[in-house]
Design a protein around this ligand. Structure first.
Ligand SMILES: C=C(O[C@H]1C=CC=C(C(=O)O)[C@@H]1O)C(=O)O
Length: 375
């Protein structure tokens, strides 16, 4: 398959109104796609199934599942440099009154801070939706995301009964390879500046430390998790912004993937602490439906062929490749939903007692640029 053919089959699938997902893992040279052959809407039944999941923020709602066994799956070796992007003048404009949006956002952030000061709530992530008028060319936007954000998990997901979503997310929810898993605590944001040395304030350090601590505790409560290792805090670039990040790895028992995902999602990077209290605040105060923003998305129990180590002695077996099961789930951030002629951009930020409402509004503007840059 050639690169133009890869995108053409997505166009065709979209025209035929059949579900599909196309994606590239962070820093990978493989473009993948899974094309469903039927338009039925399936939900995930258990974490032993093999396929692609699309979960909403609200963990009481069901997760959409694209089964691998009913799909045509293909992979293409390719890098971002191979992509040719058609230059277009930027035609987007704000659909809503941004002054009203600003006032509303600053107001709920102030309310969040006040609740943190007067209750057991330590952190809450507050978000909003920004609507832009666009010329809808979904696959073209997907190409641009692939080209612009090689270090992100970039996907284009479509189901005729649900809609079309695109993202370039910097955040891993959990990755597993045989009995090993990896997750991350990502929080704190500032604008990336090529020239300046990056210094982090106490507010961001604390905001990220809450995420690390919560993830650590959520994992420790799961039976069979061993060898938990937590890295130093690092700066992690995501397009025009940078975050603080800690990598967390360990060993787990195969049947506990569901428990890991349930314990982690939604993490305090997208919800808050304590989890239920933050979620209640979000559902009551945000006044819009997050839908799949800040849910999770990715491969579940995918079979991957690994070549055997050629240096290993066992010559008899060396002709066979190893089959390994992998899951690669990401938090659905820096994402947008495309409608007929509108793009809905979803953006949020972590609120602690030291937050400032105007700075939080500005942070959502910076984060929205991830998607705006390709529209
Ligand atoms: C909630 C979002 O980002 C999260 C991930 C990294 C940094 C964040 C922050 O600094 O607030 C957020 O917790 C978003 O992009 O909508």
């Amino acid at each position: 398959m050639t690169l133009p053919e890869y995108f053409q089959q997505l166009e065709k699938q979209l025209e035929a109104q059949l579900p599909f997902v196309a994606y590239r893992h962070p820093n990978s040279d493989e473009f993948q796609c899974q094309l469903q052959q039927k338009a039925t809407l399936e939900y995930l039944e258990n974490f032993q199934q093999e396929g692609f999941v699309f979960a909403p923020f609200d963990n009481q709602k069901r997760t959409i599942f694209f089964n691998r066994k009913d799909a045509v799956f293909s992979k293409l070796k390719c890098t971002a440099e191979d992509l040719v992007i058609e230059e277009e003048t930027n035609t987007t404009k704000e659909f809503e009154n941004s002054l009203q949006q600003k006032a509303f956002h600053e107001n709920i952030v102030a309310k969040g801070i006040e609740t943190i000061e007067n209750s057991a709530l330590e952190k809450v992530v507050l978000s909003r939706k920004q609507v832009l008028v666009v010329k809808t060319a979904p696959i073209e936007y997907f190409k641009r995301l692939l080209k612009t954000y090689p270090a992100a998990f970039v996907y284009c997901w479509y189901h005729p009964q649900v809609g079309l979503w695109l993202a370039a997310t910097p955040e891993t929810l959990v990755k597993t390879q045989n009995n090993r898993f990896k997750t991350m605590a990502l929080a704190g944001t500032q604008v990336f500046k090529e020239t300046a040395e990056i210094a982090w304030g106490e507010k961001e350090k604390e905001e990220q430390a809450i995420v690390t601590r919560t993830i650590e505790n959520a994992l420790k409560s799961i039976k069979g998790i061993e060898n938990l290792q937590i890295s130093e805090v690092q700066t992690h670039r995501a397009g025009n912004v940078v975050h603080l990040k800690t990598d967390i790895t360990g060993v787990f028992q195969k049947d506990s993937l569901e428990e890991i995902v349930t314990n982690l999602h939604p993490t305090p990077a997208v919800c808050g602490l304590p989890k239920e209290m933050a979620k209640t605040f979000i559902l009551k105060e945000e006044h819009y439906d997050r839908a799949f923003y800040s849910g999770y998305v990715g491969e579940l129990n995918i079979q991957v062929e690994k070549p055997r180590n050629p240096r290993k002695r066992n010559v008899e077996n060396s002709a066979f490749n190893l089959i390994e099961r992998q899951s690669n789930l990401y938090v659905n951030l820096r994402c947008m939903q495309l409608l007929e002629n509108k793009a809905l951009l979803y953006i949020g930020g972590g609120i602690t007692k030291d937050s400032n409402p105007t700075a939080e509004w500005e942070e959502t503007l910076r984060k929205a640029e991830t998607m705006q840059n390709v529209l």
